[in-house]
Design a protein around this ligand. Sequence first.
Ligand SMILES: [Zn+2]
Ligand SMILES: [Zn+2]
Length: 216
Amino acid sequence: MKNNELKITIVYDNEIFKEGLEADWGFSCLVEAFGRKILFDTGAKGAILLGNMNKLALDPAEIDEIFISHDHWDHTGGLLDLLRINPVKVSVPGSFSGQFDDYEFALIKEPSKIHNNIYSTGELENNEQSLIIKTESGVIVVVGCSHPGVESILSAASRFGKVKMVLGGLHGFSDLDLISDLEFICPVHCTKHRSEIESRYPEKYVAGGAGRVIEM
Ligand SMILES: [Zn+2]
Ligand SMILES: [Zn+2]
């Protein structure tokens, strides 16, 4: 993989994309960009997270850091199992209250640089942060459940450049006009109106599911 390329592998989702993986309510994806491997969220159950990673030939020991979008069990459930294998730094929203005393947690309140070209929106409404990857062709936003609202996330993300793609759970999202300027949308996990998004924007729609790999 070249240094400026981006690869996102959905590891944990309510549905599967690739035969043989396990579906479960929750979300996690591995973001490989700018020489870093960042695990975004950890799903609900460590055994499923690690099992799916194993089937996708992704080695937990090779993860450089973890980014937690928000403190909900279906996003943090696999965290401890992963940290026991590989005690990397974990970036969490500033209000995060999980008890993980033995590990290194970075509390993020404001928009922050995580790594070169990789940022957090900072903690938005409802205690959730999104991950920003700044590529040459635009900004990729990875979201957990979008509890702050897609409008708020897009406005926070657009400070980093023109938003090209949003990937993740779009929980209560129904105002489809908001995403008309995006090039790609990959609605997964708790997204309620996925079929409406797909039929309104077939050219932008990217199917998710555990095992889906997106490269750009
Ligand atoms: Zn949530
Ligand atoms: Zn969720």
